[in-house]
Design a protein around this ligand. Structure first.
Ligand SMILES: C[S@@+](CC[C@H](N)C(=O)[O-])C[C@H]1O[C@@H](n2cnc3c(N)ncnc32)[C@H](O)[C@@H]1O
Length: 243
């Protein structure tokens, strides 16, 4: 690692994080592109992944640094994010697995995920992420794993996300991350999600804030969102700092 380069990078990221005008532009970009369903237009190794490219890069950096042997994701949709995580584990060349939980795994998605070359590293569980027997299955599969990373991207209401955080955060290992997606909902206009149960005041971000009031195991890794500027997860990259 080149020290001077790293030092300059840190300096630049701090400056980006303090640049309110740029931060606002980032949020405006997310706000204005949402009506065109911008995040629905990307694929990872052929599967649709509903993410901003910036967040995909952030997850790549986290996975390469943490080197998890288990990644758990709630909310899989078309499976692109699962395939992405599995492909990262394949490059890490460890015994890593991806566990994907979704209340509704559509048949056409399941078929495509199961016939993908990365499926060898994926386990699918259908059911609600907060249901007792689903949580039990996750804990059974996590039993012998050493480094666990979790991504929450399912139902985005405050209560659901808070419950997911409470149920799954104990699995996250020290120096790994609990990534809570779509905290950006809190920054969108109050009437932005008319057909959804979530919105400003009832979002993954309010759940994160409530959780952080009661734990000292996690801190918000601000450096990640400061360098991304465009991210759906402001205050959502939670680093586990204690066993
Ligand atoms: C935003 S999409 C996930 C996108 C995916 N992570 C990606 O990056 O491509 C949300 C998914 O959450 C699922 N979902 C909604 N409520 C859920 C629940 N209670 N438990 C598990 N999954 C749920 C939906 O069926 C949907 O597929």
């Amino acid at each position: 690692m080149n020290d001077a380069f790293e030092k300059e990078k840190k300096h630049n990221i701090t400056a980006l994080g303090a640049d309110d005008q740029l931060k606002l532009l980032g949020k405006d970009f997310i706000h204005l592109t949402a009506k065109h369903k911008y995040t629905y237009n990307f694929t990872w190794l052929g599967r649709p992944i509903i993410q901003f490219p910036q967040d995909i890069i952030a997850m790549q950096e986290i996975i390469w640094t943490v080197k998890p042997d288990l990644i758990i994701e709630t909310g899989i949709a078309h499976g692109g994010s699962l395939i992405f995580y599995a492909s990262m584990l394949e490059l890490l060349n460890n015994n890593g697995l991806v566990l994907g939980i979704d209340i509704d795994i559509r048949e056409h998605n399941r078929i495509e995920i199961e016939r993908h070359s990365m499926f060898k590293r994926i386990t699918l569980i259908q059911g609600s992420s907060i249901e007792k027997n689903i949580v039990q299955q996750v804990y059974n599969l996590a039993k012998d794993r050493k480094q666990i990373l979790i991504a929450l991207d399912s139902n985005h209401t405050h209560d659901h996300v808070l419950e997911e955080i409470q149920l799954y955060s104990p699995l996250v290992t020290k120096n790994s991350y609990l990534v809570v997606f779509d905290t950006i909902i809190e920054d969108m206009p109050p009437d932005f999600f008319p057909d959804r149960p979530w919105g400003k005041g009832n979002s993954p971000r309010t759940a994160v804030w409530e959780f952080l009031n009661k734990t000292d195991r996690f801190i918000i890794d601000k450096e990640i969102e400061n360098k991304l500027l465009v991210t759906v997860a402001p205050d959502g990259f939670l680093k586990c700092i204690k066993d």
